[in-house]
Write a protein that binds this ligand. Structure first.
Ligand code: CP
Ligand code: NVA
Length: 314
């Protein structure tokens, strides 16, 4: 039984297989596509809003021959307190796979354990694995292998997307620089769980067996210098709305803008997982100058998720 619960738990060989199969699946779209989900129904259970993830999974499941069934968590008994493990055991007897967007990571893991059907994390508070796979695919389409390259993540370095970037760097051997104010830096516990050895340097540089280095700094200029990719995400993730005012105040300035882009390599890419809040984590001119890459990245959610689904049922 294959699940995609996090980049943390995804074996490197599977991560590489999903990525390497995607160009073929992308090229076959609309032509003689394989239909590995023929006859299957997949539940898409979401407790948070979504545009890209919902649409790309619904379209992807259909294109692979399956039928998607969207279930808003509020519309099913889960939203009225039915335990996850009971929901999972019911759906496990009726549908063939599940795609889940929710708050607690342990809820997706519990669903996978009790349902006994392939389960895919479509974003939790801890990780957003499908997003990072699409991001890496997009980088590799434009710049070749990401191994040894440098990605600068600017903004909320303790969010789900930043966490998935950390695990991807550790597994694929690229360098990651995270520029965030101290309350929004990734926790040392996560970095040590990932096998980090601190070099003792200030700002902190963590080294990993794969050759990856992860730098955590307050200095966004230091993070951006010579980077191959500048990346950002919203300052107020879903579920953090009560902290919005404080986050906007503390994260102010952690923005990708033209001045920051000038510090990166001349051919540096700029990406954003979307939705984007112009004037906050990115300015409008920079967003529009890099819109071609950003919307390729959004489109790649569809292609990489078809590869994930194909892998999950193989
Ligand atoms: N990037 C992303 O996951 O977008 P949605 O929240 O619209 O699905
Ligand atoms: N970190 C963001 C990602 C949105 C796709 C959130 O969790 O809201």
């Amino acid at each position: 039984m294959k699940h995609l619960l996090s980049i943390e738990k995804l074996p490197v060989a599977d991560l590489e297989q999903i990525l390497s199969n995607t160009p073929r699946i992308k090229a076959a779209r609309g032509r003689e596509e394989a239909r590995p989900l023929a006859g299957q129904t997949w539940a898409i259970i979401f407790s948070k809003s979504s545009t890209r993830t919902r649409v790309s999974f619904e379209v992807g499941i259909r294109e692979l021959g399956g039928s998607p069934m969207f279930l808003s968590a509020n519309d099913i008994q889960l939203g009225r307190g039915e335990p996850i493990k009971d929901t999972a055991r019911v759906l496990g007897r009726m549908v063939h796979g599940a795609v889940i967007r929710t708050f607690a990571q342990q809820d997706v893991e519990e669903f996978a354990r009790f349902s006994n059907i392939p389960t895919i994390n479509a974003l939790t508070d801890d990780e957003h694995p499908c997003q990072i796979l699409a991001d890496i695919l997009t980088f590799q389409e434009k710049r070749g292998s990401i191994r040894g390259k440098t990605v600068a993540f600017i903004g909320d370095g303790a969010c789900n997307v930043a966490h998935s970037w950390i695990w991807a760097a550790v597994k694929l051997g690229f360098h990651l620089r995270i520029a965030s104010p101290p309350p929004f830096q990734p926790s040392p516990t996560l970095l040590s769980r990932a096998g980090a050895k601190s070099s003792g340097a200030k700002p902190a540089v963590y080294e990993f067996a794969s050759g990856a280095k992860v730098l955590v700094t307050e200095d966004l200029n230091l993070a951006a210098d010579g980077a191959d990719l500048l990346y950002t995400d919203v300052w107020v993730s879903m579920g953090k709305e009560a902290e919005a005012e404080e986050r906007l105040r503390i994260l102010a300035g952690y923005q990708i803008n033209e001045a920051l882009v000038r510090r990166a390599r001349p051919d540096a890419l700029v990406m954003h997982c979307l939705p984007a809040y112009r004037g906050k984590e990115i300015d409008d001119a920079t967003f529009e100058a890099h819109a071609g890459t950003i919307f390729d990245e959004a489109e790649n959610r569809l292609h990489v998720q078809k590869s994930i689904l194909t892998w999950a049922v193989s």
